[in-house]
Design a protein around this ligand. Structure first.
Ligand code: HEM
Ligand code: MYR
Length: 418
């Protein structure tokens, strides 16, 4: 209304930041925040007014369903690559709650987590036997190991994990960039949705079987808030929302190798049979290294944040990477130091590499326990391996979204653990 138009704080900033985001990547929001004294950053993206928030208080504000909706928040190009149209990420209210329950029952609880992690660990141990005597690119190897492990666990038969691993990585790699990486991601998604959509139809017609208790079975049988089973496309989208992110853990596995190169003295503690240390290491990998930059939603109604008006419909971003490196929350945020999590366990709304708030009621990642358990299993395995790190480009440019180790981390002269 007129009051809104008169508030000078709401005058749109002259410049759209879409190009700054492309150019600066992970540093974009933290840079903007350092340059303002206001409790939020105001800007524009793709022509729309945007506010960006960060800090544990902002996490609670953002994850309050009365404040922020997801239905129209994710841009089409992100859905056509990373998450899929109709994904749980785009649901609100009871629709979200019921669909989220499906992911929670598949991915949380000691049995579910161990079932997945044990398969991945067995695939890792087998793959490592073939590494001695050749150069391997850890990122690529890890993506295939994770693909084999998660597909077996999910009830999917895959003869050759290579092409599927390539497609799942491509969907993550291409969601935020224009050009060939983006089109590769779209093709990968279209191919995988077609494959899994057919599989869902085959399971329903009896032409294929879903192992009892598998993710495939759970998703094929799931009923949404309206009491209906998912249509084959949506079922395929949600199957991909289980297997793709599990494979994306290869980003963190590669970062773990990077951390061990940065701080070789941590190797001993990591292999020293102290599970608490391996978990602290996993948390520090998730905190320190860039992966998910921010999450976004839309103001469900006219809001106020620390006295600042946020009109209904404004795109609200929560700066995950910025918060994980905020000197107000972390001592020496740019030092890789797992010990920080031994002294004090991570606070749920402070450490937010996979989102914040309550996982059951909000959009926080339901794969956090799985991610931590995978890193807890694979970090010490990596630290036990003996290998050389030949000359290569180990930089992680922050203007590439998602960031990744440029060389993929090449290992040479691998020797298996005794
Ligand atoms: C949601 C990050 C691993 C499944 C999310 C969100 C982020 C995220 C930032 C969005 C939170 C929000 O919208 O507020 C990550 C990262 C991972 C990872 C960095 C490391 C590889 C996993 C794994 C799984 C998984 C292993 C399952 C096997 C999901 C699902 C959602 C989600 C289904 C949607 C939840 C919802 O909208 O309610 N994740 N995740 N993620 N993640 Fe993950
Ligand atoms: C996965 O494959 O789901 C795990 C990797 C997730 C990266 C998460 C990136 C979040 C991007 C949200 C963009 C929001 C734009 C408004």
């Amino acid at each position: 209304g007129t009051r809104r138009a008169m508030d000078p704080r709401l005058r749109p900033p002259a410049a759209d930041s879409s190009l700054a985001l492309l150019a600066k990547g992970y540093a974009w929001l933290p840079d903007r925040r350092r340059r303002t004294t206001a409790p939020l950053v105001r800007t524009r993206l793709m022509g729309q007014p945007v506010v960006a928030l960060h800090g544990p208080g902002a996490v609670r504000f953002f994850y309050d369903e009365r404040h922020v909706e997801r239905r129209t928040a994710l841009p089409g190009p992100v859905l056509s690559t990373l998450f899929g149209h109709g994904a749980v990420h785009t649901l609100d209210g009871p629709d979200h709650r019921v669909r989220k329950g499906m992911f929670l029952s598949l991915l949380t609880g000691a049995e579910a987590v161990a079932g997945l992690v044990d398969r991945v660990a067995a695939e890792w141990d087998e793959a490592v036997e073939s590494w001695p005597g050749r150069r391997v690119v850890l990122f690529d190897e890890a993506s295939r190991v994770l693909t084999r492990g998660v597909c077996q666990w999910a009830g999917l038969t895959v003869e050759d994990a290579g092409p599927l691993a390539g497609d799942l990585v491509a969907m993550v790699d291409g969601f935020a960039s224009p050009g060939p990486r983006h089109w590769r991601a779209r093709r990968a998604r279209a191919r995988c949705e077609a494959w899994l959509g057919r599989l869902v139809e085959d399971v329903r017609s009896g032409a294929a079987t879903a192992p009892a208790g598998s993710a495939l079975e759970g998703i094929v049988r799931h009923r949404d808030a309206d009491g209906r089973v998912l249509d084959p496309h949506t079922a395929a989208v949600e199957l991909l929302n289980v297997i793709r992110p599990a494979v994306a853990v290869c980003w963190f596995v590669t970062y773990a190798a990077h951390a061990l190169r940065l701080r070789p003295e941590l190797r001993d503690r990591l292999t020293g049979d102290d599970p608490a240390y391996a978990v602290a290491f996993a948390h520090e990998v998730r905190r320190f290294y860039p992966f998910a930059p921010f999450v976004g939603g839309r103001a469900a109604t006219d809001l106020q944040w620390r006295g600042e008006p946020i009109p209904s419909g404004t795109l609200i971003l929560l700066d995950l990477y910025g918060q994980n490196h905020d000197p107000g929350l972390w001592d020496d945020p740019y030092t890789f130091e797992p010990r920080r999590f031994l002294q004090r366990p991570p606070q749920p709304d402070e450490l937010i590499p996979q989102g914040g708030g309550d996982c059951a009621t909000g959009h926080r990642c339901p794969g956090e326990d799985v991610t931590i358990a995978l890193l807890r299993a694979l970090g010490p395995r990596l630290a036990l391996l003996e290998y050389e790190v030949p000359d290569q480009d180990l930089r992680i440019p922050l203007n590439r979204m998602p960031a990744r180790v440029r060389s993929g981390f090449v290992l040479d002269a691998v020797r298996a653990p005794a």
